[in-house]
Design a protein around this ligand. Sequence first.
Ligand code: FEO
Length: 171
Amino acid sequence: MIGKKMEEALNGQINAELYSAYLYLSMEAYFGGENLPGFANWMRVQTQEELMHAMKIYDYVAERGGRVVLKAIEQPPAKWNSPLSVFEAVYKHEQKVTGLINDLVNLAVEEKDHATNSFLQWFVTEQVEEEDNASTVLGQLKLIKDSPQALFMMDKEMGQRVFRPPATEGE
Ligand code: FEO
């Protein structure tokens, strides 16, 4: 059985992951409007990743005999100035999420909740990848600066990203 404090904190993280999905879905809409379908695809995959994160926590809370309580999801921004400013926001957001995960791990340690601590380690590792993905794209966008040709090429590459559900990971 999960403790009340941990349950509440995990419910908060479900909300944060759903907000992340909402944010990236809004970024997908932005890229769609900018005629960058590859970048839009990247965001669709990222949205699916975030929904998977939320469901992973949802299932865990239920599995531990806790109660999932869904809260309102904040409205994400709808406009950005450039692909570069979008990815600056993505990188910043992922760093914030890493901080939230670290706070949850700290709480699990404080509460002596070893099961939740162990569960959260997947997210600790995942955040390394999440930050790396964002900073790689951000770095590339900084390199290409204002070159439309390079942006066009990059869009093609971003279109290759595919969502891999956890069950098929590593296959
Ligand atoms: Fe769920 Fe992008 O971290």
